[in-house]
Design a protein around this ligand. Structure first.
Ligand code: 5GP
Length: 114
């Protein structure tokens, strides 16, 4: 099976700016940022997309949320960020290794008016 670009980054075959790493995930800067801060939280487990997660992934998914909470605090953006998961090609997913976008410094509220 060919590796996705994110698997190559995890395996250090492709360079990337890694902001955080532990045994379960990495956080990198997006190569083509859509906002002043645009990070990707990527589990090391190669899950293709959110719709393929299993009940066993519950702890991993919770962990990713905790990492988002911690890293946004470290970057002082904890009060103003959005997270996005594109699931499936028609929804804009281009890399088929689950990842969560963290976006900050740009107001996306027009897309999600309260
Ligand atoms: P998706 O569209 O699948 O939700 O998001 C994939 C994201 O990965 C895009 O925002 C794209 O800019 C980013 N990306 C694609 N290739 C690379 C790469 O080689 N390095 C980094 N850091 N980000 C990448």
């Amino acid at each position: 099976m060919t590796k996705t670009i994110f698997q190559k980054i995890i395996d250090r075959e492709v360079p990337s700016k890694i902001l955080f790493e532990d045994d379960k995930c990495i956080v990198i800067e997006d190569i083509a940022p859509k906002a002043p801060t645009h990070l990707l939280v990527i589990p090391k487990k190669p899950i293709k997309k959110l719709s393929e997660v299993k009940p066993d992934d519950k702890n991993l998914l919770g962990h990713l949320m905790i990492v988002i909470s911690e890293i946004t605090k470290q970057l002082n953006i904890e009060d103003a960020f959005n997270i996005i998961i594109n699931n499936g090609e028609e929804a804009g997913q281009t890399v088929f290794h689950l990842h969560i976008h963290i976006l900050a410094g740009k107001n996306f509220s027009e897309f999600f008016p309260g």
